[in-house]
Design a protein around this ligand. Structure first.
Ligand code: ATP
Length: 134
C-alpha cells in the first residue's frame, strides 16, 4: 500500500508526523480526501477533524483552521491549533463551550458574537474528536 508523509504543525510546534494511507479533512470548499499521488494544491481549512487512515486504524486530530499543502507524497497542515484526540482535555472544552454559549446569548456587538461562534465551534470540534464522533 502506498503511503503519504503527513505533518501537522502549529505555532507552538509539531503535533503529528507519520506515514499514512489516506488523509481526509474539511477544506473551506468542502470535504477533502487525499491519497498518495494527489495533485499539488494549497487550501484553507475549516475548524474540523483531520482523519489519518492506516489499514483499519483511523487517528483523529482536531484542527482550528489553517492551511493544507498537498504534494504527491506529502501533506503538510499548518494549523492555528491542533490536538490529537487523546491530548484533548474534554472538561476544558466543555467549559469553553458553556462560556461561548452564554456569550452568544448575551452579546450585542457583532464582533463579540462572531468570536463566540468561533469559540463554540472550536470547543464542539474538540469534544467531537475526543468522543470520536465522526
Ligand atoms: P480555551 O478557551 O479553553 O482556551 P480556545 O478555543 O480559546 O479554548 P485556542 O486559543 O484554540 O483555545 O488554543 C490555545 C491552546 O490551548 C492551543 O495550544 C490548543 O491546542 C490548546 N487547547 C485549547 N483547548 C484545549 C483542550 N480542550 N484540550 C487540549 N488542548 C487545548
Amino acid at each position: 500500500m502506498k503511503t503519504l508523509k503527513v505533518n501537522i504543525v502549529t505555532p507552538d510546534g509539531p503535533v503529528y508526523e507519520s506515514e499514512v494511507e489516506m488523509v481526509s479533512t474539511k477544506a473551506q470548499s468542502g470535504e477533502l480526501g487525499i491519497l498518495p499521488g494527489h495533485i499539488p494544491m494549497v487550501a484553507p481549512l475549516q475548524i474540523g477533524a483531520v482523519r489519518l487512515k492506516n489499514g483499519n486504524d483511523t487517528e483523529l486530530v482536531a484542527v482550528s483552521g489553517g492551511f493544507v499543502e498537498v504534494r504527491p507524497e506529502q501533506v503538510t497542515i499548518l494549523a492555528q491549533s491542533a490536538e490529537r484526540s487523546e491530548a484533548i482535555d474534554v472538561e476544558r472544552a466543555t467549559q469553553a463551550k458553556n462560556r461561548a454559549e452564554s456569550r452568544l446569548n448575551a452579546s450585542k456587538e457583532e464582533i463579540d458574537f462572531r468570536r463566540a461562534q468561533l469559540a463554540l465551534r472550536r470547543a464542539m470540534n474538540r469534544i467531537n474528536v475526543h468522543d470520536r464522533n465522526f
